[in-house]
Design a protein around this ligand. Structure first.
Ligand SMILES: Cc1ncc(COP(=O)(O)O)c(C=O)c1O
Length: 272
């Protein structure tokens, strides 16, 4: 497993394809559909390497060619944690195109039992990665409302965009564009250069609005610094984006009034 070199690619729109990062040791690619934006999977497919998609944040997202994220046939994982588009509290889902791989995953998550096996017989080593029945009941109930939940998130995002678009220098998340449909997960803005992000978070808090620095640059997290010696300056674009990003309150039931209140508080927090 250690020999398996997986490139974790945060593939953002308009970035040049990182084909140059592929080496003879590259075994697979792991595109992340970050914040619900469809990674350029079709372009990565052309590199001819196996793909495993991290679609944890991207339920409801659709590629420009009309294929839903996670439906291209590569193994793709979705997260159902409480902040996701659909939740079972914890856990998630794997989508696959290959029936043999599905059978293997079904067996390995179920303590190594094959589908046609008798009770308490195992034909391989497995794990217990099962969702509980209670979690599944929650997820199935959410599934019946999924279209509405996704539409509500898109509506909340559109309301934010309208309320924030005039703020000088504020970076907004891209909406549906170029035929891609976003599966709205979070609403993350970037404070203008020269404004201290953490002070903005604090000033929002003082105005009764919860927000979070989101996401930190992974390579600068303590573990990656200590285990792999990563240092600031290695990925300047990522570090700049991470240092200026704030996640605003975002959930399907967000009202226009609440969006207006957050927008007003953000305006004051940025420029007062
Ligand atoms: C992009 C991404 N990948 C992976 C995960 C991990 O999901 P889990 O903790 O459910 O395995 C998350 C969860 O937040 C995520 O957002």
């Amino acid at each position: 497993m250690r020999k398996l070199l997986i490139l974790a690619l945060l593939v953002l729109p308009l970035l040049a394809l990182p084909a140059a990062a592929v080496t003879p040791r590259t075994r697979a690619l792991l595109p992340v559909h970050i914040f619900g934006w469809p990674a350029d999977t079709p372009a990565l497919e052309r590199l001819g390497l196996p793909l495993v998609e991290d679609a944890c944040e991207a339920l409801g997202a659709v590629h420009a060619d009309g294929v839903a994220v996670g439906a291209r046939g590569h193994p793709a994982v979705f997260g159902f944690y409480a902040n996701k588009q659909l939740t079972t509290g914890e856990g998630g889902m794997v989508t696959v195109g290959d029936p043999a791989l599905k059978e293997r995953i079904d067996a390995e998550r179920n303590q190594g039992r094959a589908p046609n096996m008798d009770w308490l017989d195992h034909d391989r080593l497995g794990f217990n990665y099962r969702l509980s029945d209670v979690a599944c009941a929650l997820g199935l109930a959410q599934l019946t409302r999924l279209d509405g939940l996704l539409a509500d998130r898109a509506r909340a995002a559109a309301a934010y965009r309208e309320a924030l678009v005039g703020i000088d220098g504020l970076g907004l998340p891209c909406a549906d564009a170029g035929g891609h449909v976003r599966g709205w997960f979070v609403f993350v803005v970037q404070v203008p250069r020269g404004i201290e992000r953490d002070a903005v978070v604090e000033r929002l808090r003082a105005r009764g609005v919860a927000s979070k620095p989101y996401l930190p640059a992974i390579h600068l997290m303590s573990y990656y610094r200590e285990a792999f010696g990563h240092r600031p300056g290695e990925f300047p674009v990522c570090e700049d984006v991470a240092a200026r990003s704030i996640a605003l309150p975002f959930f399907p039931g967000l009202t226009e009034g609440q969006v207006g209140r957050v927008a007003e508080a953000l305006r004051e927090a940025l420029f007062s």
